[in-house]
Each structure stands twice: as C-alpha cells, then as structure tokens.
Design a protein around this ligand. Structure first.
Ligand code: PEP
Ligand code: MN
Length: 274
C-alpha cells in the first residue's frame, strides 16, 4: 500500500499533536486563520487580533510562498516571519507558516510553531526528510494531483525521520470541474480517519477559490469529521497580493465561527473559544 508508519494498522490509537496550549486530534477542533501571505505589520496585527477575538487558535501567514509562476510575488521571507512573531506576541496564538527550502528550517523554527509543507511540495522528498528530523510539528498538505495513498506515503517520510508530530491537510484536488479552483475531496476525511492515526485538517479556501463558498465547505468538513480548519482570513482581502478572492474578511470569519461551533456540537465535538 506504500505507507506503513501513518497507518491504523501500525498505530490503532489516534495521534494527538500538542502545540503549546493547542491540541490537535482530540475531541476539540482547532481553527487556524490568517492571511495567505503576510504583507505588512499593521494589517497582520489587525487581522490576528480580530481572528483571535472570534475564537481562532492558531495564526496562519505565508512568508515563503510556492507560486505557480516565477514572476508572481514570492513572499517577504524573514521580514514576514518577524511580523508573524510580533502578532504571536500580541495575541498569544502559535504560528503556522510554509517552508519551501530545507535550508530555511532553523530560521523558520525561530519564528513559528508549525511548519507547513505546501501542496506543490508534498512529494519533495528532500524537504520531507529534513522536516522529519526536526522537532517542529508539520502540516502536510495534500498535493492536488496526489492520491490518498501517495499522501500517506509522504507522511511516512516525516514519521520515518523520527518526527511524530504530523498533521494532514486536505486542500482540494484537481478535477474537470472549473466552477471552483479545486474540488475539495470531502471523502478523504473519513478515508483518512479509517486508514490513518494522524489528525486531519481541512483548508476550505484553496479548494473554493472564492470567498463566498468558504463557509459552506468549512461546515461540511467539520460534519465529515475533520479535526480542524486552516482558513485564509484578512482584514482587507480585496487588496491582498495573493489569494485575495478566496480570503474571507474578518467580519465573515466572526459570523462563521458560531456556525462552526454549532456544527461541531451536532457531531459531538467541541470548538472551544480561544
Ligand atoms: C497556502 O496555504 O497559501 C498555499 C500555498 O496552499 P497550497 O500549498 O495548498 O496551494
Ligand atoms: Mn494561499
């Protein structure tokens, strides 16, 4: 089957990943929110304070981006990491940010609590091996043209290095449908739950591609058994350099959170306020 360490056969008990006060893979759900890409300190802080007040548990924000085109904005790098650390200080929320180069691991580790591997790097085995040897929890996104088996095989690369803190993240796969940016594979949630002991997070934003679709699919993900969400939220997404169209506003996020809480209750989970 191509994977072993991430399988339920290998470990029947569900893995729990602890990041400071935030617990992934337990009864509670975790919501990670923030901009696709960090652009300036003031708007990041405004967004972070707002999502925290609405109940987000982790702050997301890109510093190093994996863009499809080489001439698209690639992120502000360490400058953005410093802004994330300031927002973390102001809100108390741990930070998740993407790594694109194994050489940046120590640098990112100084500023963030969770390392994200993007969809385009899911099978970058050098990167997987590098994060497998580090002490940070890793959010492993599913490649948009990869099967669930390949995704779990990628998770095995990290687990094989000795790092057991792996979070899977479904973010939509490529299909013939072009009304949305990708197709969220909602069934991957129960499939992962039955095949793997690892927590599964859903990123509704990259699948939807449009902000008005994000709420519906977030609720569906929780109903289907996801352990948490990674949502792109910005104080002013209309001016964002990256992924603004799929980024919900802080007001939309504030309206969505009580709805997510209600769905969580309906399926026997808790979405605690932060
Ligand atoms: C992101 O989280 O902003 C991102 C680039 O996501 P993905 O790797 O899923 O495309
Ligand atoms: Mn994005």
């Amino acid at each position: 089957m191509g994977y072993q360490l991430s399988s339920r056969e290998y470990q029947s008990q569900s893995s729990v990943v602890q990041v400071g006060a935030v617990t992934f893979g337990a009864h509670n759900l975790v919501v990670m929110a923030g901009p696709c890409t960090v652009e300036d300190e003031a708007s990041l802080l405004q967004t972070a304070l707002s999502v925290k007040a609405s109940g987000a548990h982790v702050l997301r924000g890109g510093a190093f981006k994996t863009r499809t085109s080489h001439d698209s904005f690639q992120g502000f790098g360490e400058t953005a990491l410093r802004m994330l650390a300031k927002a973390r200080e102001a809100t108390g929320m741990p930070v998740v940010t993407e790594i694109t180069d194994a050489g940046d691991l120590a640098l990112i580790g100084r500023y963030a609590e969770i390392i994200q591997i993007g969809a385009r790097n899911m099978q970058n085995t050098a990167l997987l091996k590098a994060v497998g040897k580090c002490k940070y929890p890793v959010l492993l996104k599913r490649g948009f043209s990869n099967t669930i088996d390949e995704w779990l095989a990628a998770a095995d690369y990290i687990l094989a290095g000795g790092n057991e803190q792996v979070l899977l993240c479904e973010r939509g796969i490529r299909t013939f449908e072009n009304s949305t940016r990708f197709s969220l594979d909602i069934l991957s949630i129960p499939v992962i739950k039955s095949r793997s002991h690892l927590p599964i997070i859903v990123d509704p934003s990259h699948a939807a591609g449009k902000r008005d679709l994000v709420g519906a699919v977030s609720k569906a993900a929780i109903a289907a058994g996801a352990d948490g969400l990674l949502i792109e939220v910005d104080y002013n997404p209309r001016t964002a350099k990256v992924d603004g169209r799929q980024t919900i506003t802080t007001e939309q996020f504030a309206e969505l959170m009580p709805q997510l809480r209600a769905v969580s209750h309906a399926v026997g989970r808790e979405l605690p306020s932060s």
